[in-house]
Ligand binder design. Structure first.
Ligand SMILES: CC(C)(COP(=O)(O)OP(=O)(O)OC[C@H]1O[C@@H](n2cnc3c(N)ncnc32)[C@H](O)[C@@H]1OP(=O)(O)O)[C@@H](O)C(=O)NCCC(=O)NCCS
Length: 284
């Protein structure tokens, strides 16, 4: 029998086991952040009393993001992910959420399509190996500097322009964990771009990166790479942002696999010219 219960801090070990089985990049801190951002939005699916699947969501007003949909390989194909998804969708809709979004892997996509989610656009997961010798653009953008908590309002405004909702609580949490990898440009009346990142178990995940033009995007990308050390990097960029793809290739990234941004409910139109890097499969 399939049952669903809340995910608690005691389930982080389960979450880490499932994400490792799937080859994902999350850390314990990512699970803790999901719990902190939406304590009532994290769930465990059990099969005959054995915890075997997870799902988290995070609400931003009328928009919610679903993430961390993972099933233990031994328990796949028994309806756990579908049951968790139905539970989350019903709960969110009962709370007045009108748009439910996620970034799907090729394995997740058919599960979501059966529930009515449709693909908005494709992203590519890019990886730059540690100590890659590829050149990075080291020209300077005047006014490009490390971001601080005082920049949160400006970051939120640019982010809202890009994805159409106020994600301050998520952006504040990312800014808090990536101070050495958070950058913003000065600019009037608004900054020209920003970059945040977080440390994963395998690689540093760049994103979100938002830039008003390709020059700013290129410099944010190369500054974030240069300043975050000799680790490997991941970056999830929309395939329609060809300037981002060109810059990623030039900086030594290779394309790994596709991701699909999907929506159930009212459509939101992301500005893909501004979006250089999504924040990773956690929150789009
Ligand atoms: C994607 C993933 C979460 C799906 O989990 P799952 O628990 O196996 O999903 P479900 O069982 O609900 O659905 C999977 C399949 O089983 C089928 N199924 C559902 N209930 C079933 C049942 N009772 N008996 C037999 N088959 C069933 C579904 O129709 C679906 O068919 P498909 O293979 O044609 O898509 C899982 O494969 C996984 O963890 N993958 C790695 C991580 C990942 O990519 N996550 C998605 C992130 S977006």
């Amino acid at each position: 029998m399939l049952t669903i219960r809340p995910f608690t801090p005691g389930d982080i070990a389960l979450g880490m086991r499932l994400k490792s089985a799937a080859g994902w990049n999350q850390t314990e801190a990512d699970w803790r952040r999901a719990l902190q951002l939406q304590p009532d939005g994290c769930f465990v699916g059990e099969c005959d009393g054995t915890p075997a699947a997870t799902l988290t969501f995070c609400c931003f007003g009328p928009v919610a993001w679903i993430a961390m949909v993972l099933t233990d390989p031994e328990f796949r194909g028994r309806g756990l992910a579908s049951a968790l998804m139905r539970h989350a969708v019903e709960l969110l809709q009962s709370r007045g959420v009108t748009t439910i979004r996620l970034d799907a892997t090729p394995l997740g996509r058919p599960v979501y399509e059966r529930l009515g989610f449709a693909v908005d656009y494709e992203l590519n997961r890019w990886k730059r190996e540690a100590l890659s010798a590829a050149a990075i653009d080291d020209s300077k953008y005047p006014g490009l500097r490390q971001a601080s908590p005082e920049d949160l309002g400006a970051i939120m405004e640019l982010d809202r322009q890009t994805v159409g909702c106020d994600r301050s609580k998520f952006l504040a949490a990312l800014l808090a964990v990536s101070p050495a990898g958070a950058f913003i440009t000065d600019g009037t009346p608004r900054p020209a771009g920003f970059a945040l990142c977080r440390l994963g178990s395998d690689a540093l995940q760049l994103g979100p990166i938002v830039a008003i033009d390709p020059k700013v995007g290129r410099l944010l990308l190369s500054t974030a790479i240069a300043e975050t050390g000799k680790t490997a990097h991941y970056c999830d960029a929309p395939t329609k942002n060809t300037a981002a793809e060109t810059s990623l290739r030039a900086a030594g990234f290779s394309s790994l696999r596709p991701l699909y941004r999907m929506t159930l409910g009212e459509k939101r139109t992301d500005d893909l010219a501004l979006l250089w890097a999504a924040s990773g499969p956690e929150k789009g």
